[in-house]
Design a protein around this ligand. Structure first.
Ligand code: ZN
Length: 324
């Protein structure tokens, strides 16, 4: 058996680090990184990552079960698959990160993070993802699902974020997010420093960051509440048809602005406990700093990831408008 999560939690590589197993070969490429390659021809190279934020346990448990079922022969692998537990040290300590948020460190390491515990891991994951995509057959379609859970409550509990990208949005990726019963899609309109921005911009992968609701400590998650995405990921790796969506149509939003905290007296007109996708109406003042209001113009806007506590110069929230 492959002790994927257990090896990370024990901080110990598996006894053997590569092998053949019922129709595929596998290799433990680095701590918490497993590559599975089917013996037969395949059409997709898929990256599934979780634990880029170490305390987001539920998606980590989903990947662990997926690996177990592939190795047990319950799930037949039909794609080349790279499984990543993003920040092993943070996963072990049950923290979001050790020194810095990895998901703001991809695509060229910001100078202020160069000495951070996470810097080496980001470089390692960038190299592994590069090898994975460039050493898969050229015709293989490239996918990346980066799985997260959110800290704050959300009026739309589950959603996907697309990195800003020049290439077209992949129909299969969109169909899978729809089938996963997500509430919303959010399209970034500016480059980011996320793992999915890296795989999308450098390798033209069809990439999405998924926010899947709330997580609890290991072993305490109600994985049934993650069953829709679980079914979809299983369908993706085993080449099966996607389940049909049963819920109302998915909502779509575009990021139209970022609120940047530039002053110490920055104030956000939102309760600390306010959920993601809180809405502001035309004329509402969202934030004030140095007496300067940030007000809503003609259309209602939604706010995502509000955080007035960020350091000066950083983003205190994303402003969204709804797409038709
Ligand atoms: Zn996260």
């Amino acid at each position: 058996m492959m002790d994927f999560l257990g090896s990370v939690l024990a901080h110990k590589a598996p006894v053997s680090t590569q092998g053949m197993h019922g129709g595929f070969s596998w290799e433990w490429l680095a701590e918490g990184v497993l590559c599975l390659t089917p013996e037969q021809a395949y059409e997709k190279a898929v990256v599934l990552s979780a634990g880029v934020h170490g305390n987001e346990t539920a998606p980590i448990e989903l990947l662990e079960q997926l690996v177990q079922d592939i190795f047990a022969g319950k799930l037949k692998l039909q794609v080349r698959l790279l499984l990543i537990l993003g920040n092993p040290e943070a996963i072990r300590s049950g923290q979001r990160y050790i020194e810095h948020d990895m998901n703001r460190m991809f695509c060229g390491l910001p100078q202020q993070f160069a000495a951070a515990a996470e810097a080496q891991r980001v470089a390692e994951l960038e190299q592994i993802a590069a090898d994975f995509f460039t050493h898969s057959p050229a015709q293989a379609q490239r996918y990346h699902y980066d799985l997260h859970t959110a800290i704050r409550p959300s009026l739309l509990p589950t959603f996907a974020l697309f990195p800003q990208q020049a290439h077209a949005y992949d129909a299969t990726l969109l169909a899978s997010l729809n089938a996963a019963e997500l509430d919303a899609l959010v399209y970034h309109s500016a480059p980011g420093k996320t793992f999915t921005h890296f795989t999308s911009s450098v390798f033209q992968a069809a990439s999405a960051t998924l926010e899947l609701g709330h997580a609890k400590p290991f072993g305490q998650n109600d994985l049934a509440s993650f069953s829709a995405i679980d079914q979809v990921l299983r369908a993706v790796v085993s080449g099966q048809a996607l389940p049909a969506r049963k819920r109302q149509a998915i909502q779509a939003f575009q990021v139209t602005d970022s609120i940047i905290k530039t002053e110490d007296d920055f104030q956000l007109n939102l309760a600390d406990s306010a959920p993601n996708f809180s809405v502001f109406q035309p004329g509402d003042v969202i934030a004030v700093q140095q007496g300067q209001p940030y007000a809503v113009a003609q259309q209602p806007v939604w706010i995502l990831f509000p955080n007035p506590q960020v350091k000066k110069g950083l983003r205190a929230g994303l402003i969204l408008t709804e797409l038709n």
